[in-house]
Ligand binder design. Structure first.
Ligand SMILES: Nc1ncnc2c1ncn2[C@@H]1O[C@H](COP(=O)(O)OP(=O)(O)O)[C@@H](O)[C@H]1O
Ligand SMILES: [Mg+2]
Length: 247
């Protein structure tokens, strides 16, 4: 089976600094893959390359069998690659529902063109179940700017789901959340439909084990190890990398 996403020989340099020195990564439909490694390893850069925000100097990114190197983030989102940002990208003055409606609108195909507001109403119908899925039903009418940080992160995920993603890119989704918020987020992510693949950057190993099927360890822009969470847990190379200073 062809992978949903494959990144081949990806190289990114910033001046004399090599952020990614030829990295390969592939993710199949529904696979939940974690990317771990010390600070500065190149994890966010790789996520940016896959999401389309950073153009690699070399290498190819394929999605669903097509070379998507030339596509920007919006075009990739339309194809099903959705990015969750480290600082939740929500509209502060719009309610939670309105945020999801705005995210859903471009994906709603008008069924009856003569019905004014039909698309918007369809998007509104979609928003309710998505907010409920992400544990936000009670705050649907609250402006996003008034939500707690953890709830804004949940809202951003609801917005990503409104685009019917096939691959979710998450960069340290638990960063800045309280212990209770982290627990809630992990449960919500675990309960997402298995058909949605995930690429999760995370340095908390407990979350990696709770959320991922497979793991790649990056260090200095190179792949140090790849395998199942259990294989990674017992890998001497990985222990060394973590001993050298991740968390
Ligand atoms: N826009 C940029 N300009 C210059 N250097 C950058 C830029 N983005 C990242 N880097 C550098 O590239 C390396 C990898 O960064 P990053 O991908 O953010 O690592 P990680 O997410 O694993 O901590 C680091 O040395 C970082 O300082
Ligand atoms: Mg990072």
């Amino acid at each position: 089976m062809n992978p949903l996403l494959s990144a081949e020989e990806v190289r990114v340099r910033y001046g004399s600094l090599t952020a990614l020195a030829g990295v390969d990564l592939s993710i199949h439909d529904g696979q939940r893959h974690a990317l771990i490694g010390p600070n500065g390893a190149g994890k966010t850069t790789l996520l940016n390359v896959i999401g389309g925000a950073t153009k690699p100097q070399r290498g190819t990114v394929r999605f669903d069998g097509r070379d998507i190197n030339r596509l920007g983030p919006a075009a990739r989102a339309r194809r099903g690659i959705n990015r969750i940002h480290q600082r939740p990208a929500v509209f502060a003055t719009l309610t939670a529902t309105e945020n999801v409606v705005v995210a859903a609108l471009p994906r709603v195909v008008p069924q009856r063109r003569w019905w004014p507001g039909g698309r918007r109403r369809t998007a509104q119908h979609r928003a309710g179940p998505l907010l409920e899925r992400m544990g936000l039903a009670d705050v649907a009418a609250v402006p996003a700017g008034h939500l707690a940080h953890g709830q804004r992160r949940q809202l951003e995920i609801a917005m990503a789901l409104a685009g019917s993603p096939r691959l979710l890119l998450l960069d340290e989704p638990a960063a800045g959340l309280s212990a209770a918020e982290v627990g809630r987020l992990v449960n919500l992510l675990r309960a997402l439909p298995r058909a949605i693949a995930m690429l999760l950057v995370e340095h908390r190993l407990d979350l990696v084990y709770a959320l991922s099927d497979t793991v790649t360890v990056l260090r200095d822009g190179q792949t140090l190890a790849a395998g199942t969470p259990d294989e990674i847990r017992t890998s001497p190379l990985v222990r060394q990398a973590y001993a050298d200073g991740v968390a």
